[in-house]
Write a protein that binds this ligand. Structure first.
Ligand code: GTP
Ligand code: MG
Length: 357
């Protein structure tokens, strides 16, 4: 499987032509959410050559697919913090680098707000950048009810965005399609199904009948300045194009001002009944719905779906989002952040641990 990326994609730190000439690409799932989502993605036909998993909890590897697994085990039974997870990762950084080495594109996927994904997503993104890969992050943000996770998630997202060239942010609340009696496991399962459907529609290798969005355009959008948000909605009503499109725009409006977007990629997934007129309508209606006629719209159509229309909307260029409020210190101090370097610590009693590969 090959990933083709056009050389015109803007990369802030280094031009793509300077990067590795191999076409290999790897997706790394970190922590519980990251491992589950990457495992599901590995069953799809994506332009990804290798999959890898990284966690402090061996249960996260139980049902995942093929690929290298790195377990960061704490010999001390203690609740970990993101900084401790980073400390534990020091000994494994050589192995992590080996997984990333030679890749032209690295996808780093994690749920933020816990210890593992929060601590390691920015570290792995930075290692991937050091190895010369174009690094695309996917950050799954906590549910609204997980108030305690917001601070870590906010800090980590800032670091993740600084370390990767682009991060697609998916809010768990957008993925929430559950009813009150569902267990958390069911909620995660459904949320992962939604996330994978959306990511697959964006990155899938097109079938002959599809109208693909060139991957370089998708990545070009993700690499824009500002936040990149993923919105999604589905509809099977008689007015499904309008309804699903509006739903996707509304899901983004819950996170940022939709009119601030300067670039949007809209992916329609349906069956053969999805007409050219409906596609044209969706593309024309997007600017007015986002209250921004100037938004630059790319579109793609995937005919592998059902009669229910799914709209995945990748919108970028947002200067502010609700996530800025997750880390109140950064808001108060602005750019004058105290101790913004990533801290590394070790669980109690392991301070003498000598880093090794
Ligand atoms: N969509 C989705 N979200 C998940 C899943 N598992 C956890 N989350 C969410 O992802 C965020 C981070 O949680 P985890 O992935 O469990 O955290 P972790 O990275 O494993 O970190 P620790 O377990 O604390 O070491 C939280 O907001 C969770 O609600 C999942 O399978 N799918
Ligand atoms: Mg976990």
């Amino acid at each position: 499987m090959a990933l083709y990326i056009h050389d015109t994609i803007r990369a802030p730190t280094q031009s793509l032509t300077q990067k590795s000439s191999t076409r290999d690409s790897v997706a790394v799932g970190i922590g519980s959410a990251g491992s589950r989502i990457v495992s599901l993605l590995s069953r799809e036909s994506l332009p990804v050559s290798r999959y890898a998993y990284l966690s402090c909890d061996e249960n996260d590897f139980e049902f995942v697919g093929e690929g290298e697994k790195i377990l960061l085990e704490s010999p001390v039974d203690q609740k970990l913090t993101p900084s401790m997870v980073r400390g534990l990762s020091i000994a494994a950084q050589g192995r992590i680098r080996k997984i990333l080495r030679g890749s032209r594109v690295v996808f780093v996927i994690a749920g933020l707000g816990g210890a593992t994904g929060t601590g390691l997503a920015p570290v792995v993104a930075k290692l991937a950048q050091d190895e010369g890969a174009t690094t695309i992050g996917v950050a799954v943000m906590p549910f609204e009810f997980e108030k305690k996770l917001k601070f870590y998630a906010g800090v980590s997202l800032k670091r993740f965005r600084a370390a990767a060239e682009g991060v697609i942010v998916i809010d768990n609340d957008i993925l929430l399609k559950s009813s009150p009696e569902d267990s958390l496991t069911d909620i995660y399962k459904m949320a992962n199904g939604e996330a994978v459907r959306a990511l697959t529609s964006i990155f899938a290798k097109p079938a002959e009948s599809d109208v693909p969005v060139a991957l370089n355009k998708v990545l070009g959008s993700v690499l824009q300045d500002g936040y990149t948000l993923l919105g999604l909605a589905r509809s099977s009503s008689t007015d499904k194009t309008e309804e699903a499109l509006a739903g996707a725009v509304i899901s983004i409006s819950k996170i940022a001002e939709a009119r601030e977007a300067n670039h949007a990629v809209v992916l329609l997934t349906g069956d053969a009944s999805l007409s050219g007129t409906e596609v044209g309508l969706a593309v024309r209606r997007l600017g007015p719905m986002m209250n921004n006629q100037a938004v630059d719209v790319e579109y793609g159509v995937n005919y592998a779906g059902t009669s229910q229309l799914q709209v995945s909307l990748l919108a970028s260029g947002f200067k502010t989002t609700k996530y800025d409020d997750y880390d109140p210190l950064a808001k108060v101090f602005g750019k004058n952040v105290i101790d913004d370097e990533m801290d590394y610590s070790l669980p109690g009693g392991l301070e003498m641990l000598v880093p090794c590969d």
